[in-house]
Ligand binder design. Sequence first.
Ligand SMILES: C[S@@+](CC[C@H](N)C(=O)[O-])C[C@H]1O[C@@H](n2cnc3c(N)ncnc32)[C@H](O)[C@@H]1O
Length: 356
Amino acid sequence: MVAFDAGETLAERFRSHMGDATTLYGYAMRGMADDWEAGGVTREICAEWESSPTGTMIQLRYLAGIFRIVLRGEAPELAAFYPCLHGSAPGPAPAERVWPVMREVAAAHVEELRQALHVVPQTNEPGRAAVLLIGLFEAVRRHGIRRIRLWEIGASAGLNLYADRFRYVGPGWEWGPDGSPLVLSTDAPMVRVEDVEIVQRRGCDLDPIDPTTGEGADRLRSFVWPWHVSRHDRLSAALAVARAERAAGRAAVVDRAGAGEWLERHVAAVSVAGAGADVLTVVWQSITRMYWPPDEGKRVDAAIAAARARFPLAHVTMEHPDEVVDGRVVHAREAQLAVDGDPLGWVHPHGIPVWL
Ligand SMILES: C[S@@+](CC[C@H](N)C(=O)[O-])C[C@H]1O[C@@H](n2cnc3c(N)ncnc32)[C@H](O)[C@@H]1O
C-alpha cells in the first residue's frame, strides 16, 4: 500500500501526504509541517507521536480533530474555508490562507487535539450501498430467495445496513422508497432490480460508531475530505435515515467484534428449522478486508463455508483485490464487486458513480 506519511520527522510526514496539492488539507498539512519545525502549537499537540509508525496518519487525526471543533460551530472563522459547510453562500474562503486561521483554532484547543490524535480514522460511505445492492440483486437471482437476513462485517456505523431505505436512480432503472432522504444517482446501466425484504439487519465492527448521536455523526463527518461536498451530502442524508430508523424502533445493530469471530458466532446461532429455507443470509462487506489481520479472512471464509452447509447464504464483497506490482502484493487502486467470489465488475472505491 502507498505510505501517505513517509519521512524521518513528523514535518516530513505531513508534507509527504499531499505534496503540493492546492486542496484545503494540502495547505493545512504544509502549514502544520512548518509549524512543527518552528516549535509551534503543532509540536506541542503532536509531542507523543514523533516516533509513531508510518501509517498512523497523525495528520488526518489532527485535521479531523480540528474539523470536529468546526462542526460544533466553535470556529466560525475557520468554517468559512470548509466547502462542505458552505451551503449556498458564494465560494469558500481561499484555501491558501487557511493555516494561520487553523493554527489559532489549534492553539485554543490543545488538550482536545491531543486527545483527538488517539481517534483512528474511520469512515462509513453510504455511496457503497449502490454497489452492494447490485450484488444483493445478483445474490437473490442466484438463490431465488427474496427474504434477506443482512449481515455486514466491518460495518463501521452500519449505515449501509439501511440500503433498502435509500433510493437509487440510474439510466433506465430506479429502486427504493420515494421520499428517502438519500437518493443515490448512479451510472450503472440496465440494473435488473429485484424485490427484496430485509428481515434482519445486523453487523459488527472492531469499533462501531453510533450514527444517531451528534458525537458519532461528527466523528464520521470529520474523516471525509471537507471539499468532497457530495460525499458529505450523502453522509448527512444517510445519517437522517439512521436517526429516523432509530426513532421508529428499527435501528440496525452493530456489535463490537472482529469479523471472523462474530461470523462464527452468528452462523452457529442460526436455527435452520426456525429460519427455514425461505431466508437468504447475505453477508456483505465493503473496503474492510485491507485492514484485517492476516487470519481474519481465513476465519471469515471458514465460517461462510460452514454456514453454506446448513442454510442458504450469499457473500457480497466490494473490496480492493490484491495484485502484484514489481513482485510485491499490493491492494488494487480500484475496488471490485463480487458475489460468492465471482467478480461482477470494477467499481469506484466510494461506490458512486459505480462502474469504472
Ligand atoms: C474503511 S472502513 C469501511 C466501513 C464500511 N464498510 C464502509 O464501506 O463504509 C473499514 C472498517 O473496517 C473495520 N475493521 C477493521 N478491521 C476489522 C476487523 N478485523 N473486524 C471487523 N471490522 C474491522 C474498521 O473499524 C472500519 O470501520
